[in-house]
Write a protein that binds this ligand. Structure first.
Ligand SMILES: NC(=O)c1ccc[n+]([C@@H]2O[C@H](COP(=O)([O-])OP(=O)(O)OC[C@H]3O[C@@H](n4cnc5c(N)ncnc54)[C@H](OP(=O)(O)O)[C@@H]3O)[C@@H](O)[C@H]2O)c1
Length: 312
């Protein structure tokens, strides 16, 4: 089995910077100039990976403006990870020719928005695209990769089962998975051992604060049907105090960095204050083995629907 990875680094999420986003709190998203300034600030502060998608509203366009190769290129060693359009507008019985054209449209639009001829990583935004239209969209993506227009191909999973199923596919080199400190599903499925067998796959976590819910200290800030909210809030506060940490955000990040199988944590921020605060969380060490075991042993029970904002 391979050794544990280095503690996961900060990846700037961009949906909050390009679209109206969030299931519980809906603030107006930053203006074009504010978002561009925030993306550049992140790069100046050392962020080297940016997560985006074809259907995050203005996000790709704003990243392209922020890091215009002619005037303000991305710092060396940086990369933007994007996702194919989910193509939900396409009929299930559309022809393979139409599916190929839709992929070409999405990849072309990403290249134009990001002002590049090469996309280092493109993920399927939804895994159903792998087999839709007799696999035509997937095959077209592989052709783009073989032609050098895409560097590596990956998937964005909604559930642990989806992600683990794709570990059998050698074409997959990148995954984005939803995971946070409340989530026991990955441990139950022995994710650490499974991902260790695919050390060639880069794994990014999202939902690290469950769209900000984990940072809410009152049940009113949690999804309405969540009967377990008081117990979970209390558990998070108790762990934070027992471990001598600065806050729940620190606990959430140090927990994920203690897992050993994640490469990056995608952090969605809405302003510079959150960016600077969240970057600081990565200066503290990951939780140690004793603290990690304590979390697994004391996590309160709750219904899994809480882990999927789509079900709130
Ligand atoms: N592949 C997919 O299907 C998919 C889906 C969703 C997201 N993503 C990616 O993941 C990224 C992160 O999104 P997420 O849903 O996973 O969100 P998250 O990181 O779990 O939570 C982000 C939210 O937490 C709050 N927050 C962040 N830092 C904070 C701080 N320091 N203090 C207080 N509140 C803070 C903000 O919301 P408030 O200020 O409103 O509380 C922010 O919008 C996105 O930008 C996107 O790139 C991918």
């Amino acid at each position: 089995m391979s050794a544990a990875k280095a503690p996961a680094h900060f990846v700037l999420g961009s949906v909050q910077l390009g679209a109206q986003y969030g299931k519980l709190r809906k603030f107006s998203f930053p203006s074009h100039d504010e978002a561009v300034a925030l993306m550049r600030r992140a790069a100046a502060l050392g962020v080297r990976e940016f997560d985006t998608a074809r259907n995050y509203g203005e996000a790709e366009l704003r990243l392209g403006d922020a890091f215009d190769p002619a005037h303000n290129p991305l710092p060396p060693g940086s990369r933007i990870v994007t996702k194919l359009h989910p193509l939900q507008h396409m009929a299930a019985d559309a022809s393979e020719t139409m599916a190929r054209a839709a992929v070409e449209e999405s990849i072309g639009a990403s290249c134009r928005a990001l002002r590049t001829k090469h996309l280092p990583i493109v993920m399927l935004h939804l895994v159903y695209l792998r087999h839709a239209w007799n696999g035509a969209a997937w095959r077209r993506l592989l052709e783009f990769r073989d032609a050098g227009i895409i560097g590596e191909i990956g998937i964005s999973a909604v559930t642990p089962q989806e992600a683990i199923a794709f570990l059998d596919d050698p074409d997959i080199k990148h995954m984005q998975v939803p995971i946070n400190i409340l989530d026991r599903r990955w441990t139950v499925l022995s994710a650490a051992e499974r991902f260790a067998r695919r050390s060639d796959v880069t794994v990014h976590a999202r939902s690290i604060f469950l769209q900000g819910v984990l940072l809410q200290k009152e049940p009113s800030g949690w999804p309405p049907r969540c009967a377990a909210a008081p117990a979970l809030i209390d558990w998070l506060a108790t762990l934070t105090r027992e471990f001598g940490l600065g806050g729940v955000a620190q606990l959430a990040v140090s927990y994920l960095r203690g897992l050993g199988w994640l490469d990056g944590l995608v952090s969605g921020v809405e302003n510079e204050h959150q960016l600077v605060e969240n970057l600081r969380l990565f200066e503290e060490p990951p939780l140690d083995a004793r603290q990690m075991a304590h979390i697994e042993a004391t996590r309160p029970a709750f219904d899994d629907w809480l882990l999927d904002p789509g079900k709130w």
